[in-house]
Design a protein around this ligand. Structure first.
Ligand SMILES: Cc1cc2nc3c(=O)[nH]c(=O)nc-3n(C[C@H](O)[C@H](O)[C@H](O)COP(=O)(O)O)c2cc1C
Length: 332
C-alpha cells in the first residue's frame, strides 16, 4: 500500500521531514534509546518528561534527562508543572540547551503528578495553559507544543477549550491522547476526538493512543485525518514498530526480523545503554524494561526471561543470548 499519510510537516518555524513521533516516555526515552528509534526513521523524539520544579530546585539532576548529542534530532523537551511562573523560570534555565521543541505536559495522570496539580490536572485550568504557553513564547523562537488528554473525566471532556487557549497563546502543535485522566490506560482511546480536533484546529494535530501495529497507524490516519502520529507503548512492546509503520506508509514490503536479528538488536540496545551510562549493571537493569519487547514470540523464551532477570552485566547478557541461540534457536 502506498498513500500520502507519511509526509513532511511544519511545526512553527521548523520544517520536519516526516510525521512519525516518539512520545515522551518517563523511564524509557533516554538518549541511546531515542537514537535507536531515529535510525528506524522517527522524525521527532521527545525526551522523558522533566519536572519544572526539579529544574528550579535541583537543576543538575533534572537537566540530565535532556542530555543530547548532534544525531539526536529533532528533539522535543517536555516539562511538567503547575503554574506559568514556575514553568517560565524552569525554562529560563534550559533555554540555551540543545533542543528543538518545548512541550507542556497536560496529560500525565500518575497520582503523584496530579497531586502537585501538574500533568492532566492542568486540563482543569485552560487559563494556566494559556499563560504558560504565552510566557514561553515570549522567551523563545522554538515551537511551543502541548500534549493533552481529552479531559478530566467523561463528564468534563474539554479538549477543544484547551486547544482554544493553547492556540490563542501561540502553540505550534497539539498532541491528543484521547482518554480522560480518570481512565488512566483503561478502555480504548476514542479516536473520534482526534478527528474532531483535527477538523477544528488551525495547528497540526498529532494522534496518539493505542497504535500497536502498522495497520493501527494507517487506521489512525484514515479515521482521524491527523497530521502525524505519536507512538508510545507500541514501541516498547515492538521495538521495530517504527520501521514497520514507515514501510507500510511508503508502500515498501517489510521483511519481519528473524529471531537472530531480534536478539542481536536486543544486545545492541543493551550495549548502547551501557556505553551511555558507563555502568554495565545499571544499564542491564535499565534494559530489562525493553527486553520483553525484543523476545516476544521467540521459542522457549520463558527460561531466557528468568535468567535475564538475574544477570548483572551486558557481557553476561550477550553470552546468555549466544547460548540461547545455540541451544534453542538451532532446534527451531
Ligand atoms: C511508561 C510510560 C511513560 C510515559 N511517560 C510520559 C511522559 O513522560 N510524558 C507524557 O506526556 N506522556 C507519557 N506517557 C504517556 C504516553 O506518552 C502516551 O500518551 C500514552 O501511553 C498513550 O499512547 P499509547 O497508547 O500509544 O501508549 C507515558 C506512558 C507510559 C506507558
Amino acid at each position: 500500500m502506498k498513500n500520502s499519510f507519511f509526509h513532511s510537516i511544519k511545526i512553527g518555524n521548523l520544517d520536519v521531514t516526516g510525521n512519525i513521533f516518539v512520545a515522551p516516555l518517563a523511564g524509557y526515552t533516554n538518549l541511546p534509546t531515542r537514537l535507536l528509534y531515529r535510525k528506524q526513521g522517527a522524525s521527532i523524539a521527545y525526551a522523558e518528561m522533566v519536572s519544572a520544579e526539579g529544574l528550579n530546585y535541583n537543576f543538575g539532576k533534572s537537566v540530565k534527562l535532556i542530555d543530547t548529542c548532534n544525531e539526536d534530532k529533532l528533539l522535543g523537551v517536555q516539562l511538567f508543572g503547575y503554574n506559568a511562573e514556575r514553568f517560565i523560570s524552569a525554562f529560563e534555565k534550559i533555554k540555551n540547551e540543545n533542543f528543538d521543541i518545548i512541550d507542556i505536559n497536560c496529560g500525565c495522570s500518575v497520582k503523584k503528578i496530579i497531586k502537585s496539580n501538574s500533568g492532566a490536572a492542568l486540563l482543569k485550568s485552560p487559563d494556566e495553559i494559556y499563560r504558560t504557553i504565552k510566557g514561553l513564547k515570549e522567551l523563545t523562537d522554538k515551537p511551543v507544543t502541548l500534549k493533552i488528554r481529552s479531559g478530566w473525566d467523561l463528564q468534563s471532556i474539554n479538549y477543544t477549550e484547551v486547544y482554544d487557549a493553547a492556540e490563542k497563546a501561540g502553540a505550534a502543535l497539539i498532541t491528543l491522547h484521547p482518554r480522560t485522566k480518570s481512565m488512566l490506560f483503561s478502555g480504548k482511546a476514542d479516536w473520534q476526538h482526534i478527528k474532531q480536533l483535527k477538523q477544528y484546529s488551525k495547528i497540526p494535530v498529532i494522534g496518539n493512543g493505542d497504535i500497536f501495529t502498522a495497520d493501527d497507524a494507517v487506521r489512525m490516519f484514515e479515521e482521524t485525518g491527523c497530521d502525524g502520529i505519536m507512538l508510545a507503548r507500541g514501541i516498547i512492546e515492538n521495538p521495530f514498530l517504527i520501521e514497520e509503520i514507515i514501510a507500510k506508509l511508503t508502500g515498501n514490503i517489510y521483511i519481519p526480523k528473524s529471531h537472530e536479528e531480534k536478539l542481536d538488536a536486543a544486545v545492541l540496545h543493551c550495549r548502547k545503554l551501557e556505553e551511555y551510562m558507563q555502568n554495565s549493571e545499571r544499564a542491564m537493569v535499565e534494559f530489562r524494561k525493553f527486553f520483553h519487547g525484543y523476545v516476544k514470540g521467540l521459542p522457549g523464551v520463558s527460561n531466557l526471561r528468568s535468567v535475564v532477570n538475574t544477570i548483572k552485566s551486558c557481557d553476561e547478557f550477550a553470552k546468555t543470548v549466544d547460548l540461547y541461540k545455540e541451544r534453542i534457536l538451532v532446534r527451531n
